[in-house]
Design a protein around this ligand. Structure first.
Ligand code: TMP
Length: 217
């Protein structure tokens, strides 16, 4: 029997910096459009004017000697998400436009849960609250050893990268983030597809194309 065509997809892309998330988003966009799906690309934290302001705040080092505490960081991520879902993601999906989002609630589990070792019960509760139950149809996790991600990011390091609180984190933090992502994928194998992003860009593109063929029709 022919598969019934889905109205709109909500697809998220997860993984560290330097894994090729933008190339992955471009491939998925092409694939969706080729199948007649209108699509928008967006990102977290961010995606709306207010959420982009929160992104600036949460990503950069604060003035003077103030510290952004993990609890503050978590709430800023969730505040940005609550706005993004209601202002942009949910309306797009409701109107039949597919959404590709660079990072979503899995990033909170990995960075705040794994990286910052925060309570997963609290994170799950806040993720549910912020998303209002908006769950991705599927997620591509671009998996990469943090050492490789660091090398790639260092090669294309921008002037404001020094002020990025997350890029400034030590290797151990990024190892915990990676482990947390892989644990999430293990727990939701249907939704989260792992892509080996340590391979060449051509090979990564091939893997993403294959998954896109399988999941988007
Ligand atoms: P990026 O979009 O350039 O990757 O930067 C976003 C940073 O924010 C990245 O280092 C991961 C981090 N982040 C969290 O810590 N928690 C979250 O929930 C999200 C969406 C991102």
């Amino acid at each position: 029997m022919a598969k019934e065509k889905k109205k709109a997809f909500f697809i998220t892309i997860e993984g560290p910096e330097g894994a090729g998330k933008s190339s992955c988003a471009a491939i998925l966009t092409r694939h969706l459009e080729a199948h007649g799906y209108p699509v928008i690309c967006t990102r977290e934290p961010g995606g709306t004017p207010l959420a982009e302001k929160l992104r600036e705040v949460v990503k950069s080092k604060p003035d003077q000697n103030e510290t952004i505490h993990p609890e503050t960081e978590l709430l800023l991520m969730e505040a940005a998400r609550a706005q993004h879902v209601r202002e942009k993601i949910a309306p797009a999906l409701a109107s039949g436009t597919s959404v590709i989002c660079d990072r979503f609630s899995d990033s909170t589990c990995a960075y705040q849960g794994g990286g910052r070792d925060m309570d997963m019960g609290t994170i799950n509760f806040l993720n549910d609250f912020a998303t209002g139950g908006c769950v991705p149809d599927f997620t591509l996790l671009l998996d990469l050893p943090p050492e490789t991600g660091f090398e790639r990011v260092a090669r294309r390091r921008s002037a404001d990268a020094d002020n990025d609180r997350f890029e400034a984190e030590k290797l151990d933090f990024h190892r915990r983030v990676r482990e947390a992502f892989l644990a999430l994928a293990k727990g939701s194998p249907e939704r989260i597809r792992v892509i080996d992003a340590s391979k060449t860009l051509d090979n990564v593109i091939e893997q993403v194309e294959k998954v896109a063929h399988e999941l988007i029709f």
